[in-house]
Design a protein around this ligand. Structure first.
Ligand SMILES: [Zn+2]
Length: 224
């Protein structure tokens, strides 16, 4: 039997605090569930990008803590009510990271989150967006960088309802560029969500604090 096929539970580390034992410990799960949902223009985010939320997402992005994607997707769905009847989607997709980052990490964290979200919603996850190859980010002017990446769309039928999932929203330029590309391809219903939003100008609370405890209880039931 190949050595790597043996599951090693001792290798699991919490993405929030790096303690061994689970992909997200109980204390960090509570911290994540206590973080307020926010909106940033048309983009809704399940949490604020600081504290344990920040650690968990950075763990997913840079420390190969892929198992935490499932927990983050569970919070995304519950806290933004994506599983309610009024919010129905035909396809879940993501705004892909650059090819350089993908080859450095070996995976796209936005894709992992989109796939975990789609599984939870029982909706197919498809890649619809592709980055167009412009000049690298560093070689571009400030205005062009703020405008974000550009995407082209493949295989999107007009009339489908698309949910675009991202990890962190800072300027919103990536998700807005994704939406513009989808609309140009004839997709009329586009919903933009992120696991977290960087606190700052334009970020507003989305749900009352009183719901937090209920969210936490539900999250523990469905994600542990
Ligand atoms: Zn932890």
């Amino acid at each position: 039997m190949a050595r790597h096929a043996i599951p090693n539970v001792f290798a699991l580390r919490c993405a929030g605090c790096r303690q061994s034992g689970s992909s997200l410990c109980r204390r960090c799960r509570f911290a994540l569930a206590s973080s307020p949902a926010v909106s940033f223009g048309p983009i809704r985010a399940a949490m604020s990008f600081d504290g344990a939320v920040r650690s968990a997402i950075l763990g997913l992005k840079f420390a190969n803590q892929r198992a935490v994607a499932r927990h983050l997707a569970a919070l995304l769905v519950r806290r933004l009510g994506l599983d309610r009847g009024s919010a129905a989607f035909d396809i879940v997709t993501w705004a892909p990271t650059s090819r350089q980052r993908l080859s450095r990490r070996g995976y796209d964290q936005a894709e992992l989150l989109a796939r975990a979200t789609a599984r939870r919603l029982g909706v197919p996850c498809r890649r619809l967006l592709y980055r167009t190859h412009g000049a690298p980010q560093a070689g571009r002017g400030r205005a062009e960088r703020l405008a974000g990446p550009k995407f082209r769309v493949r295989q999107a039928r007009p009339g489908v309802r698309v949910l675009v999932v991202d990890d962190v929203v800072t300027t919103g330029s990536t998700l807005r560029a994704a939406e513009a590309a989808l609309r140009a391809a004839g997709v009329t219903e586009v919903t933009l969500v992120a696991v977290a939003a960087t606190p700052g100008r334009g970020v507003r609370p989305l749900s009352p604090w009183t719901r937090t405890h209920v969210d936490f209880e539900r999250h523990l039931r469905c994600a542990s």
